[in-house]
Structure formats: C-alpha cells, structure tokens
Write a protein that binds this ligand. Structure first.
Ligand SMILES: Nc1nc2c(c(=O)[nH]1)N[C@H]1C(S)=C(S)[C@@H](COP(=O)(O)O)O[C@H]1N2
Ligand SMILES: [Mo]
Length: 417
C-alpha cells in the first residue's frame, strides 16, 4: 500500500508504524532515536514547512506524554517557585506566535571532508514553522524571577523522566525575555510527540539545539550550567549538551583549558575572530541560503527563461542581500526578494530570472546579513588549523557544526538546446 498523503491524514495516527512510514516526506538517518531530514528542497520553498516535512532531531527515545498530567516548574532565583499545569500555561498567560526558520547545527555536516563525527545531515535539517505559545517573559515576570542582564535561564527536557540523560540548555536572560516562547502549537496544529508535545521552548533565530523539547523544568541562575555541581546533580550530568556538545572544537584543539565556559553568546563574534576562537557555542544561526528550484532533475531548455527561486535566513539578523551565480561562482548578480517579510527569524524568499544557454551549469546562491556577513565559499581542511570564518572558509571542526558554506549547496542543471 502506498503511504497515505500526510496533508490529507493530518498528524500521523499510527504511532507504532516505523518513522519512514509515518513521515514519507523525510529521509530517516536513524530510526531510534528518531532523526530524519526533509527529503526534497521543494519542501522548503514555502514560508512554512508542512509539519510532516519538518526535520526531526532527537537524542533519546521520544517520550510518551499525557498532557493532562504534565507540569512545568520554575525554580532558582525566583520569589515563588511554581509548578504549572498545561492548562495554566495555555490559559493564564498571554499568547504569542513567531515564524522561525530553525536549523539543526549539524545541518550540512555531510559536506565536511574528512567526515566530522555525527549524523550526516545534508541540506534538510532545517524547517520553518509558526510556533504559538506562552512568552517566557510573562512567566518570569509573574513569578518574581530575577531577570537582570547576565543571568541565565536553564531549560530542561522531560525525557530524563524515562531514565535518559537530561537535555538541558542555558539561554541568556536577555534572549529569554526578548522573544522566547513555550510553544504548544506548530503551524496552527497541535504539536506531534516528535517535535516536543506537549510543550517546547522556541528560541527564535537560534540553532535548533537551543529549542528544548518536552520542557518540564526551568531554573533561573547566575551562570550557565557548568562545573561539578551541574555535572553530578541528582545523579545526572546537566552540562553535556551545553558544554561538551554544541561547541565548536577546532581541528588540532587538544588543550582542555580551552573548553572552559565562556560568558559570551555571539557565535559569530567567536567564529569571525580566529585569534579569539574559544569553542564558540551554537547559539545564533549563521546566514545561509538554499536554491529550491530548479533542482538537478529539472528538464530545462534554452527557449524559455528559467526562474531560479529559493530561501535565505540569518538567525537573529535580517537577510540583506542574496546573489546568484549560474556559472559556478565566476560571476554574480543580485536576486530580488519576493513576497512578505514575516519577521527577522523567518525566511526571505528570493527569485532570479535566467536566460539559460545550452549546456551544464552550476547554480549557486550566496546571502549576506544586515551586519554585512556573507556566507563563506567552502569548508577549510583540518590541517588549516585553528581558525574562525575567514578567507571565505568555514572552519572544519570536530563535530561538524554550523556549516553555512555555499559551494556544497550548489545545484548542477542541464539545459537543452
Ligand atoms: N529535550 C530535547 N530537546 C531537544 C533535542 C533533544 O534531543 N531533546 N534535540 C534538539 C536539537 S539538536 C534540535 S536541532 C531540535 C530539533 O527540533 P525538531 O525535532 O522539532 O525539528 O530540538 C532540540 N531540542
Ligand atoms: Mo540540532
């Protein structure tokens, strides 16, 4: 039997079926835990990625949660520590929404040479959704939480209740207050278990690893989770996903001293300054773009003008410009933005009309953000050593994070006479 059309059947209602049968629009990298990327560039061409085509990235078994019994606690530097039900979170606070193009920091790892450790995501570990929920700001303010600049909000995922490690991320207080949401709805529908049902953190514009799923605890603190106290708290290591994973470990970096926690959260600041690179954290996303049409399979002819379309995103910043090359990067021309701007965390759609000539052509797109930061050309090699983003190269790093180089994302097309 062919797979059912996910758009017609709505949320997958066969939780026992294998991941690839429930999500025919995804390529499964690992079935357990569930890791799958969107299978076609065309899935990313809209303002929103259909929920059934949005990538899934999970470290442990997806927990089976009954929302009626689920609670979220707020502790640490707060006047009244609390535990809230889902009903209270939904109804006792304001509601807000954000369009967020969320990218896994491992997206593009497949283009590291030699291979970097981890699942080999290509282009599809990214997706855009409109997330709806309760602003974190309102919860903090209503319960007398300390919210001074420099503090951190540590948010923990509930899969630990099933005996797994604690997925914990510390978010700078400034960001938590500014625009973070505790979301319970995705693209106007209830969330599926894979995406964090019943409640997940959404950190708009930041790499997916910050948007903790199945949230059950939040803790206001003076530092991010680090050090012995948090390495062995209640028999769990809370620091794993903050201090060990999701940091840039440059090639040839074997000095443990460099792995200290660093009190800055600008990924770019550290990646742009090779002298200063100190194991940057994967927080704010980097500028990136993707051609969604035509794809390699397209039948193109030189009689017609070819429309090249795609999407660009730049984390917390706006996309300033997208340029297009139809000759593998020899010459560039500016593409135009089309359609609405749905906020600085959303995608910008671009379009370029090309008078195609017969032959084989490599199409490339290159985006620049409002700070003037342009996508690098390629990825460096490990023997180029400790470096940030410089000379058009993204730093090869042990764990293969953050690759926003544009050459690997190119599309090769054949144009007929
Ligand atoms: N509790 C918990 N939250 C998590 C994860 C996880 O394994 N456990 N994975 C993170 C990572 S690395 C990413 S990229 C996003 C993926 O969200 P999605 O599966 O909804 O696309 O969730 C993040 N939140
Ligand atoms: Mo991720």
């Amino acid at each position: 039997m062919p797979p059912e059309d996910p758009h017609e059947t709505g949320p997958p209602d066969r939780p026992d079926a294998p991941l690839d049968e429930r999500y025919p629009g995804l390529n499964v990298l690992t079935a357990d835990p569930e890791n799958a990327e969107t299978s076609a560039r065309s899935h990313l061409e809209g303002y929103l990625t259909p929920r059934e085509e949005h990538y899934i990235r999970t470290h442990h078994r997806t927990p089976d949660i009954d929302a009626d019994d689920w609670t979220v606690s707020l502790t640490g530097m707060v006047e009244d520590g609390i535990e809230l039900s889902m009903d209270e979170i939904r109804h006792d606070y304001p509601t807000d929404s954000v369009v967020h193009m969320m990218e896994c920091s491992g997206n593009g790892r497949a283009y590291f040479d030699p291979d970097a450790e981890g699942d080999q995501w290509t282009v599809g570990a990214v997706g855009s959704a409109i997330w709806t929920g309760t602003p974190v700001r309102d919860l903090l303010n209503d319960h007398g939480a300390a919210t001074d600049e420099g503090l951190w909000l540590s948010v923990m995922g509930g899969e630990a209740k099933e005996g797994e490690d604690v997925f914990c991320r510390s978010i700078p207080m400034e960001k938590a207050l500014d625009d973070c949401l505790l979301a319970y709805e995705m693209n106007g529908d209830p969330m599926t278990p894979e995406h964090g049902y019943p409640l997940r953190l959404i950190v708009p514009g930041w790499f997916g690893n910050n948007s903790v799923k199945w949230v059950d605890r939040m803790h206001v603190m003076e530092t991010m989770v680090a050090g012995e106290e948090w390495q062995s708290r209640n028999g769990h290591d809370y620091t794993e996903y903050q201090q060990s994973s999701y940091r840039i470990v440059p090639a040839q970096d074997d000095d443990p001293e460099r792995h200290e926690s660093v009190e800055t959260f600008s990924t770019y600041e550290q990646l742009r300054n090779p002298e200063e690179i100190r194991n940057a954290y994967l927080f704010d996303q980097l500028v990136k773009s993707l051609i969604t049409s035509p794809t390699e399979e397209a039948a193109l002819s030189s009689d017609e003008r070819v429309e090249i379309t795609g999407v660009a995103w730049a984390g917390d910043d706006a996309v300033e410009r997208v340029e297009l090359s139809t000759d593998g990067g020899e010459t560039w021309d500016e593409a135009s933005f089309v359609g609405p701007d749905l906020g600085r965390h959303a995608v910008r759609k671009f379009r370029y009309v090309w008078d195609a000539t017969p032959g084989q052509h490599t199409l490339l797109s290159r985006a620049t953000d409002e700070e003037g930061r342009e996508q690098p050309v390629t990825v460096s090699t490990p023997d180029e050593g400790l470096r940030g983003i410089s000379d058009g190269k993204y730093p090869w790093n042990e764990k293969g994070y953050g690759n926003n180089a544009y050459v690997p994302l190119g599309v090769s097309v054949a144009v007929e006479e």
